[in-house]
Design a protein around this ligand. Structure first.
Ligand SMILES: Nc1nc2c(ncn2[C@@H]2O[C@H](COP(=O)(O)OP(=O)(O)OP(=O)(O)O)[C@@H](O)[C@H]2O)c(=O)[nH]1
Ligand SMILES: [Mg+2]
Length: 371
């Protein structure tokens, strides 16, 4: 049964008149529809519909929930549209409709489906084209334009050819390179959030100034200087990044400072990465390490200029910098990006912007036979 409050995963409509006719046709629209159709439609020959190219007409059986079958002809007309044609009897179309309703589909009038097709489920290349104005870095713009010009379309064509030649492992490799990449692809549009936290006076504000290259935050030798969150957008290796400076974390007394500390804690939970700034001239405590384990964290050992190199501890993992002299900052910037985007290669970046297509590609990988 459909849950009224649950958003539809896809939409479908009957496009032939209701009642008895020689043939009844349904049009299904939505990127999620294919995996549902794959569960119930068994093409003659065994390979799932997702394994056939767009516009190929495929004959097979639709398995009903009660174990019976219906002969159907199915074709994907675009990446997001599927046509299902079955015998015109009322029961056949009802059975297919029931299955689609029970698996996240919403039945709409055909006129409405046409509108959804135009406004809602655009093909991926169209969606990416619309993203181009929102890209804020050269890297983001370049990749979005490559996709809008057909990078992914060509990939799918190549995969199709390899599949026809039964070169399954090559096809799999091509697709796998794009799997799970939308997790970071979205950050070509929406900046990575990197929160700078640490004890009072550790040098957090000095560090944010070094990282963005100008005096964004006030630095003072008095602890408790930063009380509110302070945001500084920048670009590292083509990725938009927003650094957020926070109030030093300790058991403060002043009400304003406590509010700042609470704000800092809530930011830690939302961060893509936390830079925990530790003053190298003070002892490192293991309890702190445990408290930090719950966050995606890079420990930055600051004030390296105050400590002899031989005395810098190697027992806990950190990157040594001096936010005063700038030593180690370039290395830190590179480490931030390689932590956020492992195996980053700007010249050959295989990345998707859209989560639905990412899931679809993961599904296709599973449908390719192992060799
Ligand atoms: N020697 C040395 N001093 C530093 C370094 N980084 C920061 N400082 C000094 O440490 C003091 C505190 O620096 P801030 O950057 O304000 O520290 P903070 O962590 O933002 O401090 P709060 O906002 O009060 O929590 C200032 O006097 C800085 O000049 C460094 O790398 N070396
Ligand atoms: Mg500060």
């Amino acid at each position: 049964m459909t849950d009224e409050n649950r958003p539809a995963l896809f939409h479908f409509a009957q496009v032939t008149p209701v009642g008895r006719s020689a043939i009844a046709s349904l049009v299904v629209n939505g990127m999620q529809a294919l995996s549902v159709v794959d569960q119930f439609f068994q093409p003659i020959g065994g390979a799932p519909l997702s394994g056939f190219p767009v516009r190929r007409i495929v004959f097979g059986k639709w398995g009903h929930l009660d174990g019976t079958f219906e002969e159907v002809v199915v074709a994907r007309t675009t990446e997001a549209d599927i046509e299902i044609h079955c015998h015109g009897g009322v029961s056949a179309i009802q059975a297919v409709t029931t299955t689609l309703l029970q698996h996240g589909g919403q039945l709409v009038a055909w006129q409405e489906l046409e509108k959804l097709g135009l406004e809602g489920e655009l093909p991926y290349w169209k969606k990416v084209e619309q993203l181009v104005p929102y890209t804020t870095t050269m890297l983001g713009t370049r990749i979005a334009m490559q996709h809008a010009a057909g990078e992914i379309e060509q990939l799918l064509e190549q995969v199709e050819q390899l599949r026809a030649q039964r070169e399954f492992s090559q096809a799999k490799n091509l697709l796998t390179a794009y799997c799970h990449t939308s997790q970071y692809g979205k950050h070509l549009i929406e900046p990575w959030s990197v929160v700078i936290a640490g004890r009072p006076n550790a040098g957090k504000s000095s560090l944010i100034n070094q990282l963005v290259g100008y005096e964004r935050a006030i630095v003072n030798r008095q602890a408790g200087t930063t009380r509110d969150l302070l945001r500084a957008p920048t670009v590292i290796e083509g990725w938009p990044v927003e650094f957020i400076d926070t109030a030093g974390l300790h058991d403060g007394n002043d009400a304003i400072e406590i509010a700042g500390i609470e704000l800092a804690k809530s930011q830690l939970a939302k961060a893509n990465l936390v830079l925990w700034v530790h003053d190298l001239s003070t002892p490192w405590d293991k309890e702190l390490q445990q408290a930090l384990d719950q966050y995606p964290v890079l420990v930055v050992g600051n004030k390296s200029d105050l400590v002899a190199t031989s005395q810098i501890a190697t027992s806990w993992n950190h990157i040594s910098v001096s936010a005063q002299s700038g030593a180690g900052i370039d290395q830190l910037l590179l480490t931030i990006i390689s932590t956020l985007v492992p195996s980053f290669d700007a010249d050959d970046l295989k990345v998707l912007f859209c989560e639905e297509l990412d899931q679809q590609i993961q599904h296709w990988v599973k449908t390719l036979p192992d060799v």
